[in-house]
Write a protein that binds this ligand. Structure first.
Ligand code: ADP
Ligand code: MG
Length: 684
């Protein structure tokens, strides 16, 4: 038997009768390079030839199958002296003009008055037209009238007929190579169609049931490769458990810290803390996604876990996606932890030179207990003495690879990633299949939901401005957010500088500051610091403030050109207010006519529940645009719609889990193994 991995070789390595090297070269433009690509170049649709379209119902541009009597055949010459055969076909409801170029022999084979089937793209000029349509005598086709033909996505190089021929040739010669990659017992238990049969059926089905079964099979196959791949890593990590560490369960530091906090944990926070304690105390390696809406208090949970590890003489890392956020985390925890005798340092891109060297040195020799920072923490020159827990905030901004890189630095590989852009649990489990999921589904007490208003007229805008003025006078602070850094694209988009000018003009007696991504980090820090200490009343900013920023006295959020933001970004931005005791307000400025944008605005007005917003987001977006999905391998699924096929996703995850559990975490099927390695190589 030939090696399975031959299927990943380029088409040129195979003997394919009648397919020229030139065609093989051109197929690359359709993304078809290997034999596998060709076999998995599935039809985008099918033409059921029992279902003829009546001519008076044809639409411009559609790919149609019509049946009718032929008349008016004539041979002409084009200006470039090419032969052109013209004819007309009528089915009683209308007629279509047919044109063929460079096929003089048609003159003989086409017979006036006979019934034919024609297949092709419909153009609408003065009359309906089809250029180079496929044809078949109706009488002849009667015997095969059950035939269903594939329709492929194509370009000018290939018509349907030539693509079909290429696929057919490959199927006839090489289907044998595509050995089963779904383990036998799974195939049987879930009545999944056999791979070779499904490959033939998906291209040339005999009936619609063939199509359905083949589609189901490939959806499962695709997911299974992904899920078993993800879970295999998970099992590998789990198998390291119980060998590496024993923690002393005294929690003195944690107790002191909680005592100084000034508030008590919510039920949800307590539950999650207990969940993680339990795993740690069992010597289990933590690998957990902590989801919680904006403002639900994830930070404190992370700090508690870090303290617990530090108490057990491990080091901790707290990593954030931006300098501002890292700095904020640092400032908010450094003092309290210092009181407990813990050394915390900040390491970001702007820490340089001797200071940086000193910090690196002290991380290495274990003098620093907790290090807060940005991506700088995964640079190769950062070495730890005894790293025990890594916390990553706002994880949707980090790629899978970065996560892995960081973890490899750890003595043990405990990892908590936190995200405020929640996705439904079942989806999260599948997408972050290698992570457990904890959810903080409760807000700290005393929060009043942010009131949100969509502003789409200048009179509403005036009202909003005077309301904001009133709140500023009462001593509150406000954010104004602009989507772009500089004046570009269309004039109607307010750049952040322009917005700054406008804001200072409108609120002359208020102190306003400007914050955007192109400023130096030290400048950014300074502005943030001023705003935090109420040396500024207004902060005009780009989305650099999107995540994490915490200024409880700020109770007004104004977002300009709201239509430029996705739902989850809007939710994040709105989450910057409503963090203190004051009632908070969010004004969404937009004059959009776009339906999706309008839906987003209405959702924002109607709810502040991050989980609901996430669900709506799933509905409104294309899968590839959702949260962390892009790096997860779930964005380029071909046969699964992650929004609508949640059931299948869940089923396959369960199948994959069961399979690995039975096989002690190992993938036994060699073909599946090869597919997984290919898939995960692609993703790197
Ligand atoms: P997020 O989950 O968005 O990261 P944070 O951890 O920044 O939220 O918490 C938001 C605010 O809520 C912070 O000011 C924090 O001190 C406060 N907070 C957290 N937990 C509680 C609690 N149990 N009771 C009262 N306030 C809390
Ligand atoms: Mg946070």
């Amino acid at each position: 038997m030939e090696r399975y991995d031959r299927v990943f070789e380029p088409l040129g390595n195979f003997e394919l009768k009648g397919i020229t090297d030139k065609s093989i070269e051109k197929l690359k433009n359709l993304g078809i390079v290997t034999l596998y690509d060709l076999f998995y170049y599935f039809p985008r649709n099918y033409e059921d030839r029992t279902n003829f379209k009546s001519i008076n119902q044809l639409k411009e541009g559609e790919y149609a199958v019509i049946k009718g009597k032929l008349f008016g055949i004539e041979t002409l010459r084009t200006r470039t002296r090419k032969t052109m055969i013209k004819a007309k076909v009528s089915d009683g409801t209308g007629f279509v003009e047919l044109v063929w170029f460079q096929m003089p022999y048609l003159k003989k084979s086409l017979k006036m008055g006979d019934e034919y089937i024609f297949i092709g793209n419909v153009k609408r000029g003065y009359n309906y037209q089809m250029t180079n349509p496929e044809y078949r005598k109706y009488a002849e086709s009667k015997g095969v009238s059950k035939e269903i033909l594939p329709i492929y996505s194509s370009n000018k190089d290939f018509n349907q007929r030539s693509l079909r021929k290429i696929v057919k040739t490959a199927l006839d010669s090489y289907t044998e190579l595509f050995q089963e990659n779904i383990p036998e017992e799974i195939l049987k238990k879930y009545s999944i169609a056999d791979r070779k049969k499904a490959l033939k059926d998906i291209h040339f089905p005999k009936n619609t049931r063939d199509i359905e079964e083949a589609k189901r099979r490939f959806a499962i196959e695709e997911l299974l490769i992904l899920e078993t791949g993800i879970l295999e890593k998970r099992f590998a990590i789990d198998s390291m458990n119980n060998e590496m560490y024993v923690l002393e369960d005294n929690k003195n530091l944690v107790k002191k810290f909680l005592g100084n906090l000034g508030y008590s944990l919510t039920k949800a926070q307590k539950r999650v803390v207990t969940e993680i304690y339990k795993e740690l105390n069992n010597g289990k390696i933590i690998n957990r996604l902590l989801q919680g809406d904006v403002g639900s208090g994830k930070t404190i949970v992370a700090v508690i876990m870090l303290l617990y590890m530090i108490e057990n003489s491990y080091q901790g890392v707290f990593m954030a996606p931006t300098e501002i956020l890292a700095t904020q985390h640092y400032l908010s925890i450094a003092d309290t932890l210092l009181e407990l005798g813990i050394r915390v340092e900040l390491l970001t891109g702007s820490v340089k030179g001797r200071k940086k060297d000193a910090i690196l040195e002290d991380i290495k020799n274990g003098k620093i207990d907790l290090i807060v920072g940005t991506h700088s923490l995964i640079e190769d020159n950062v070495e730890f003495h005894k790293l025990g827990l890594i916390v990553i905030d706002e994880q949707h901004r980090f790629g899978v690879i970065q996560r892995k890189k960081l973890r490899e630095k750890g003595v043990i590989a405990n990892l908590i990633v936190m995200s405020a852009t929640p996705i439904p649990r079942s989806l999260a489990l599948s997408i972050y299949g290698d992570l457990d999921v904890s959810i903080i589904d409760e807000m700290p007490p005393g929060r009043t939901p942010v009131k949100t208003k969509w502003i789409n007229s200048s009179s509403d805008a005036e009202k909003a401005y005077s309301f904001i003025q009133k709140k500023l006078t009462e001593g509150r602070q406000a954010y104004f957010v602009a989507p772009l850094i500089e004046e570009s694209e269309k004039l109607s988009f307010k750049s952040v500088q322009e917005l700054f000018k406008e804001v200072t003009r409108r609120f002359p007696q208020c102190r306003a500051g400007l914050l955007h991504g192109r400023m130096k980090n030290s400048e950014k820090d300074e502005i943030m610091h001023f705003f935090k200490n109420h040396k500024l009343d207004i902060l005009v900013a780009t989305t650099v403030i999107e995540v994490g920023i915490n200024v409880p006295n700020a109770s007004i959020m104004v977002i300009n050109n709201t239509e430029r933001f996705g739902l989850s970004a809007l939710h994040q931005l709105r989450g910057r207010v409503g963090r203190g005791i004051h009632p908070s307000y969010c004004f969404l400025f937009s004059e959009t006519d776009n339906d999706v944008s309008k839906s987003r605005l209405m959702i924002m007005e109607s709810t502040t529940d991050g989980f609901k917003i996430a669900e709506e987001d799933l509905r409104l977006r294309k899968p590839g645009e959702i949260f962390g999905i892009r790096q997860s391998g779930f964005s380029d699924l071909k046969f699964i719609d992650i929004i609508h096929d949640v059931k299948t996703i869940k089923m396959v995850r369960d199948i994959a889990y069961e399979y690995l559990r039975k096989n002690s975490g190992k993938i036994k099927n060699t073909h599946l193994r090869i597919d997984i390695d290919n898939k995960f190589l692609e993703n790197l």
